[in-house]
Design a protein around this ligand. Structure first.
Ligand SMILES: [Zn+2]
Length: 114
């Protein structure tokens, strides 16, 4: 059972191989990147603000591979393990997101680092 071949995009009605919804969604994305401290003091990078046309599971997989970290897509946002703010902009750009779309919150400071 696969809908991958010959599928029609539910958004624009074009065949999947002609559909540019995801490209447009990437260009119009406004991604907010923040860092949170989770239990055990683990830092988690959170990416929010994606358009619903973006396949977050697919994007999370690519980001995890490029940044060599764990993480997952969850309910409209992506969480990655660790503070990747220094690299995430470049990685997202390589995946097709415009630089202007990426808003990184640098206010979180890592303290008590061993
Ligand atoms: Zn489409």
């Amino acid at each position: 059972m696969s809908n991958d071949e010959g599928g029609i995009c539910p958004n624009c009605g074009l065949p999947q191989d002609l559909c540019v919804c995801e490209t447009i969604a990437q260009e119009e994305a406004r991604i907010n990147v923040t860092v949170e401290r989770r239990k055990w003091g683990r830092l988690t990078l959170i990416l929010e603000g994606f358009d619903k046309n973006i396949d977050l599971n697919d994007l999370a997989t690519k980001l995890k591979a490029k940044l060599a970290c764990g993480g997952a897509a969850k309910h409209g946002h992506i969480e990655l393990q660790g503070d990747h703010r220094a690299n995430i902009g470049e990685v997202l750009e390589k995946l097709g997101f415009p630089k202007e779309a990426i808003n990184i919150d640098w206010s979180f400071q890592q303290t008590g680092r061993r």
